[in-house]
Ligand binder design. Structure first.
Ligand code: GLA
Length: 383
């Protein structure tokens, strides 16, 4: 498998160089190293938003300085044909007006905090509430809606971007000035690695993640119910009707949430199960068997049998939010000109568990002054 992908990449890299020279578009030439920056658009207040293009090892990535958004991630199928496998938009206006977190960095807190409230060191905090009575993905204006400062780099055989955002004390109700640094690296094998770091000047909570919507057959190509998925988790966190974990770490055995052996996403998604009714499909956190690890460890494999494209996820995090694109409702049009409907993509968000600040038995998301928050996730591709 490995050998196939590398042989293939050698061939397509040569073709890619020719296309770049002829097209004259702002694209990182394969193997040429440095990420390329171009103006993508402007926010209403005049802030310029840039798009960075980088390529390495057969993976092509386009990243916006708005929300650190992955606007496009292209990988080859088993015949070397490239497709953008992540949902997105063609314009900054669409991202600002209506994105359901397409491709974005999520902060300060991935997923929900019940009623947007938590207590820390005897103080109560009220966060921005933006999902019914709860706070979702950092509140009304989370990290996904902020301009990030980006620097391109090459290091050895790696090509990447450093993304910086400073969240001021009290932003969206969170205590402490949080300095976040996220590094996107494309390795010579075409792996996309994300390293998150953050520091604070007051005790706070933090849970950063990436919200890429995957469709390995290509964005806008239809549903992902035929994708095959395996998750190394014997337990998950069931939720209430507001999608807040009940606190129980329930066994997946005998439920539609059992992905310990490979099955298609669609196999059990229509089972009359209360949890699936609450989520309008799958929108749950898996308790990864490996727990928190110092180095990224493999936790999930997603494969599109039609194209052969395969994604493997390794992470240091203890949880994985698997969201089956339930709220896509045919009202958004992607960059390829196709409408997105329910189940046209899925998200696999590596994270600490939702609502951890209110669940003392869950792994802690507290960050204190002098500590550095660190989290890493590696996406490996094959066909
Ligand atoms: C996460 C949440 C979902 C939904 C999506 C974006 O996966 O758990 O409920 O908010 O993000 O729509």
């Amino acid at each position: 498998m490995e050998l196939n992908r590398r042989t293939l990449i050698a061939g397509t890299a040569a073709a890619g160089i020719a296309a770049t020279t002829l097209g004259g578009t702002a694209q990182a030439a394969p193997g040429s190293g440095r990420p390329v920056k171009e103006l993508f658009g402007k926010l209403a207040d005049g802030t310029k938003i840039y798009r960075w293009s980088l390529e390495n090892g057969g993976t092509r990535l386009k990243v916006l300085s708005y929300g650190g958004i992955v606007q496009s991630l292209e990988i080859p199928d088993r015949h070397g044909r490239y497709k953008n496998v992540s949902l997105g938009f063609a314009t900054i206006e669409d991202y600002v007006a209506k994105t359901p977190y397409f491709g974005a960095l999520i902060g300060r807190y991935g997923n929900r905090i019940a009623k947007g409230r938590f207590d820390l060191d005897g103080k109560s905090y009220q966060l921005s509430v933006n999902d019914g009575v709860n706070s979702l993905h950092g509140g009304a204006k989370g990290f996904d809606k902020r301009p990030w400062d980006i620097e391109g780099f090459t290091s050895g055989s790696d090509v990447g971007l450093h993304l910086y955002y400073t969240s001021v004390d009290g932003e969206m109700g969170y205590p402490g000035t949080l300095k976040a640094k996220v590094t996107y690296t494309l390795t010579r094998h075409g792996d996309w690695r994300i390293d998150y770091e953050a520091t604070t000047d007051k005790a706070t909570v933090v849970n950063l993640t990436s919200h890429v919507y995957w469709n390995l057959a290509g964005e806008g190509s239809g549903s992902i119910y035929d994708h095959e998925l395996k998750i190394a988790a014997a337990r998950y966190t069931p939720v209430d009707s507001g999608l807040i974990p009940t606190g129980e770490l329930a066994k997946v055995a005998g439920t539609p949430f059992d992905f310990r052996r490979t099955k298609t996403v669609g196999e059990d998604i229509r089972e009359a199960n209360q949890q699936l009714l609450y989520g309008k499909g799958i929108d749950h956190n898996w308790v990864l068997d490996k727990g928190i690890t110092a180095k990224p460890a493999h936790v999930a494999t997603l494969r599109d049998p039609s194209s052969g494209r395969t994604l493997r996820i390794a992470t240091t995090e203890p949880g994985l939010q698997f969201y089956s694109g339930n709220f896509l409702d045919g009202t958004l049009v992607g960059p390829g000109g196709h409408i997105y409907r329910q189940g046209d993509a899925l998200c696999l968000e590596t994270q600490h568990f939702p609502n951890s600040p209110n669940q003392p038995a869950f792994p802690s998301t507290v960050l204190r002054p002098g500590e550095t928050y660190r989290s890493s996730t590696v996406h490996s591709f094959d066909a």
